[in-house]
Design a protein around this ligand. Sequence first.
Ligand code: ZN
Length: 396
Amino acid sequence: MYRYILVLILLVATACKGGTSSASAASSNNAASRTALTAPSQGAQTAGSANQPSNTAGDLAGPTSTTNGGNESSAVTMANGPERRIAAIHDSPVALDARSNAPQGTPNPNRVPNEMGRIMVLEYHLITDHNGDYARERGQFRKDLELLYNRGYRPVNMSDVLDKKLNLPRGLSPVVFVFDDASPEQFRYINNNGKLEIDPTSGMGIWLDFRKTHPDWNNKAVYCLLSGASAGHNFFGDRGVQGQKSNWRFPKVKWLADNGFELCDHTLWHAQLNKYPDAFVQEQIARNALAIDSAVPGYKIRSMALPQGLWPKNRALASKGSWTNPKNGKTVSYDWPVVFEVAGGPMRSPYDPAFNPGMTPRIQVIGNAIEAMIDKLEKSGNMYISDGDPAVVAKR
Ligand SMILES: [Zn+2]
């Protein structure tokens, strides 16, 4: 049943790699050959997103004003959430321990809680031996974690944002990691004398090692999965790609869900959704959701990432649709609030009335993009900083 899919893979062999189509697609008509994801062209990474309006793209203008205008004592009912008091806090810098010995890069002690501010959603692809538009070198990835930790960021899941459960200590900021494409570089097993272990040189290995010395760095990150793409982009590797066995696929996905990480749909084989009819779009998304459900029965997916940021012609199908399996007549439906775009800057706070998870912008981790955005957010003052009190929404 996958043969025709493999043919189609060859036709869309650019996969994540915006626009570099594809010597490999043209050079092979062998349905069994699995096309390597080719290197991206510079500037192609935002293909498809440039013309898409984003609710949060652009400057770091403050959140849309609520009715209280910052009045300290008034209450505001937030859409889609419990009524909470929004307190203006202007006078309470965050105390941090051992400031005198603080290494360079530690959180600014004057961080004023602001739970209406922006949140970074970081977009990663390969964690590997070089840097590129779709690749982060391993040591650099580790440095990213160090940088974020030292600047006061802690990882959260997108579901925590949706549920407004960003229960961080006072003075800290949430950051959402999103890993696209389910590559073995992100999560690889090694067979150590019959015992399966997470490869310490894979992204997950680096993450877990970082946690050993940073215990408050939680296992929170969103994995936007492919379950039938080429070159091992199939639940983190199959058919011997990078030594990964096909029967390790489901255990890896299950392990993620069991260990705090969040699963996200990235289509079956990374189809450019703008090119296909509605039924095909829904099949791409629903069949991948079905595969995730096979790995983790009953798992509730709450997000999808658009391959290359390309919206289907019928945009609503990115978040809601269905597909009926012709083999058994069973219908698979999907319905989730979050659609990740490819770029666009930091997203709005879930307490911001203009928060729109259906068009969630991300920050591509290229070069010093993280540090530059942290600096920009700090300068603007419009960054989400927790007040440590889940009952109060701190407003700067
Ligand atoms: Zn992708």
